[in-house]
Design a protein around this ligand. Structure first.
Ligand code: SF4
Ligand code: SF4
Length: 369
């Protein structure tokens, strides 16, 4: 079986070598003149200081333009209540973190629309957890997709890089809810309810209703669409985070990823940035020390090879002094992901990804000099 090719730029002087990486990894040649190119990244939560450095995104934007494409930078709103929960909040956060049309030289588009539910359903021919996923509208309508992922750990996904970036980050709130929650049903807190009645208006399952001047909720009627979470203004309706099972999330990621890439065929590319590799994902509004020294930039046309190579580099690196990995005494070569995210199952996840056709675990690395 042929090995997938993975390209690595080592951390020192990495920015200067991105153009070579862009060409060697095959991404440049697949962009046709006039292609609308969605560059999917995470703009960082407010208060987090170790998200993707904007100069990496700007460099990629310039390279896509030189290749004849029309790039835009994109992400979707979050399920949880913080600064990126709405389109307006996310654009404000992105701007504060350095991502604006002026600094990036292209539009910043929040792909899932005003309420986080604007998208297109994709039916999956084979699946691990659910048979259809809803893809955010602006990404669905693009010609080409580049994943510009920040390598981090994630308490439920384990290792977060391109597969997580695309699977969770290109989905609307309905599919995000299905990925996170085993039951995929929200929870209702009457104490926070202001009785605005919006949930009653938007709920397709009639799970919310009014009775004797109170808002009642029957989870049995819920079909897991996520609309009520998007519309509730008071935080009275939330995701049942306590029911989240890590391997369940990982299975959902596989389906989400398959749905997104099925739209694009060969017109995809995967780039993982291994700088400031934190033990929490970029959705956290605070920052921890990285768990390893920087590993550089990994790129490939094969998303699984790209992520597995990144994972192997993280495991092969020493623990960063003073970090959570160092405090746990994790040695170079030991599985930092399994140790720091004990509920996750990295080995099972990689095998599932290969079985479900996401790519190959068999790869060879070429270092770009
Ligand atoms: S998730 Fe959808 S179906 Fe379930 S209660 Fe909320 S609006 Fe109703
Ligand atoms: S949308 Fe939220 S605040 Fe409004 S009635 Fe429903 S639960 Fe209460």
């Amino acid at each position: 079986m042929a090995k997938s090719k993975v390209f690595l730029v080592e951390p020192e002087g990495a920015w200067q070598k991105i153009d070579k990486l862009f060409s060697r990894s095959g991404i440049k040649d697949k962009i046709d003149p006039g292609d609308i190119v969605a560059i999917k990244l995470h703009f960082g939560e407010l208060g987090n200081t170790r998200y993707i450095h904007p100069i990496f995104a700007r460099k990629l934007v310039d390279l896509v333009k030189e290749a004849g494409g029309e790039p835009f930078l994109t992400d979707t709103t979050t399920l949880y209540k913080h600064t990126r929960e709405t389109l307006f909040g996310y654009l404000e956060t992105a701007a504060r973190n350095g991502f604006t049309r002026e600094t990036m030289g292209c539009p910043i588009i929040i792909a899932d629309g005003l309420r986080g539910t604007n998208g297109e359903w994709i039916e999956l021919a084979s699946f691990s957890k659910f048979k259809r996923v809803k893809i955010a509208r602006a990404i669905y309508e693009s010609d080409f997709l580049i994943s510009l992922a920040h390598i981090t750990l994630h308490e439920a996904a384990g290792f977060a890089a391109s597969i997580k970036n695309i699977a969770m980050g290109c989905a609307t709130k309905e599919t995000k809810l299905a990925m996170h929650a085993s039951e995929a049903k929200p929870v209702y807190n009457e104490e926070k309810c202001t009785r605005c009645l919006r949930c009653i208006k938007v709920c397709p399952g009639e799970a919310f209703y009014e009775e004797e001047d109170r808002i009642k909720y029957e989870p049995a009627k819920c079909i897991g669409c996520g609309e009520c979470i998007a519309w509730c203004p008071s935080g009275a309706i939330t995701v049942p985070w306590s029911s989240v099972l890590a391997y369940d999330v990982q299975r959902g990621l596989v389906d989400g990823f398959k749905g997104v890439v099925s739209i694009f065929g060969e017109k995809v590319g995967f780039i993982n940035l291994g700088f400031d590799i934190t033990p929490d994902c970029d959705c956290f509004g605070r920052t921890s020390l990285p768990i390893t020294p920087d590993i550089g930039i990994v790129a490939s046309e094969d998303p699984l090879a790209c992520d597995k190579a990144s994972y192997d580099l993280v495991i092969g690196a020493p623990s960063y002094p003073g970090s959570r990995a160092d405090k746990k005494g994790i040695k170079k070569g030991e599985d930092k992901i399994k140790s720091l995210c004990p509920a996750t199952e990295p080995a099972k996840f990689w095998k599932l990804c290969q079985k479900m056709g996401l790519g190959s675990l068999n790869y060879e690395t070429e270092i770009i000099r």
